[in-house]
Write a protein that binds this ligand. Structure first.
Ligand code: SF4
Length: 363
């Protein structure tokens, strides 16, 4: 790397960041490591526009690791409702407990202890360490990888192999001796606002004069990330089982697996060419016993999750015969839903099928 390049990039990016940084709720004057951890965990796989309105309420409820550690994990998972990827809520709760148990509630201010916290990998340790604790740690997220791949014309998939190593090395090499947090945040912001996926806005870029990707005409072809695989199409049928008060039966998914600890409607996967009504009756009989009649179709919902493209139909159902209610189940009225951990798929269905009061506050 040319000798004066890191300093030039830092100075140009620093000036640009001061003028262009978005005013986001987690960017205060004083950076609190707990607030940074919460925001970074929320922002993994969830867009800024979705996280921003939820972040402050979350932090007001759990302003410190000790406050969260004192709450049952299910409360944290319930408050996570709508953000998706519920394992993150469980890991955040586990990290809060570890901070209290191992460090007396005070954030550890060195990398190895940060990385030993549940759910904290290199990226999150870099974010918390550099933004809030003044540690000279690089970080590479999707935005940073894209900016560096273009700036230094790095060929290959930046998430794997030689290209990933080169990006990590560049992030470390470019880190300033002081002010690593501002540099890291500037790179992330440039990736979010200017060096965006697809067609970057090079005319607005403070680093364009030094951009090797642009000089080579590769700015729209880099990074060379393979296109995502198209998800598998899955058909599902779900049951709206009501009790005498009109409340809806929800079953709790086992902890640990996909969407662990969230509540779902009793449902069945419908095989190719299969009949949703017959599949649903079979599944209900197997899970709850009794005999079932399927009534009106109340909702059709489409949802993508983890390489699955789900098309789900939700039906009113009625039972006769003796029912076995699973232990981890409950009947929920619309106003109860706000306090329950629900996956985005279930939330979509309930928006179509339940009366309004209360649960919309969850969005
Ligand atoms: S010049 Fe264009 S491609 Fe290069 S870093 Fe700036 S926005 Fe990205």
């Amino acid at each position: 790397m040319e000798e004066g390049l890191p300093r030039r990039l830092r100075s140009r990016l620093g000036r640009w960041f001061l003028r262009n940084a978005r005013d986001l709720p987690w960017r205060g004057e004083r950076r609190d490591p707990w607030a940074v951890l919460v925001s970074e965990v929320m922002l993994q796989q969830t867009r800024v526009e979705v996280v921003a309105p939820r972040f402050e309420a979350f932090l007001a409820r759990w302003p410190t690791p000790a406050a969260m550690a004192a709450s049952p994990v299910d409360e944290v998972v319930a408050a996570w409702s709508g953000l998706g990827y519920y394992g993150r809520a469980r890991r955040l709760h586990a990290a809060a407990r570890a901070i209290v148990e191992r460090h007396g509630g005070v954030f550890p201010a060195e990398e190895a202890s940060l990385r030993a916290l549940p759910g904290v990998g290199a990226y999150t340790a870099g974010a918390v360490g550099s933004l809030a604790l003044g540690l000279p740690l690089p970080l590479v997220d999707g935005n940073v990888a894209r900016v560096l791949a273009r700036l230094f014309a790095v060929r290959g998939d930046p998430r794997r192999g030689e290209a990933a190593r080169r990006i990590r090395d560049l992030a470390a090499e470019l880190l300033p001796p002081a002010g690593a947090g501002a540099w890291n945040e500037g790179l992330m912001e440039l990736g979010a606002l200017v060096c965006v996926p697809g067609r970057p806005r090079c005319l607005l870029c403070p680093l364009s004069a030094d951009c090797a990707g642009r000089a080579a005409g590769l700015e729209e072809r880099l990074p060379e990330t393979p296109p995502p695989r198209r998800g598998r199409a899955v058909r599902m049928a779900a049951a709206l089982v009501r009790d005498g008060k009109g409340r809806t039966l929800l079953l709790r998914r086992p902890d640990g697996g996909l969407l662990g600890g969230t509540y779902e409607l009793p449902s069945a996967e419908v095989g190719e060419g299969g009949d949703p009504v017959a599949s649903l009756c079979d599944a209900l009989h197997g899970r709850l016993g009794g005999r079932w009649e399927v009534g009106a179709l109340r909702a059709r919902v489409r949802h993508s999750i983890l390489e699955r493209r789900i098309a789900l139909e939700a039906y009113e159902v009625r039972s006769s015969g003796r029912l076995r209610r699973p232990e981890d189940s409950l009947f929920a009225a619309p106003e109860d839903l706000v306090d329950l951990p629900l996956s985005s798929l279930v939330t979509k269905v309930l928006r179509h099928t339940e009366p309004d009061p209360g649960w919309r506050r969850n969005r």
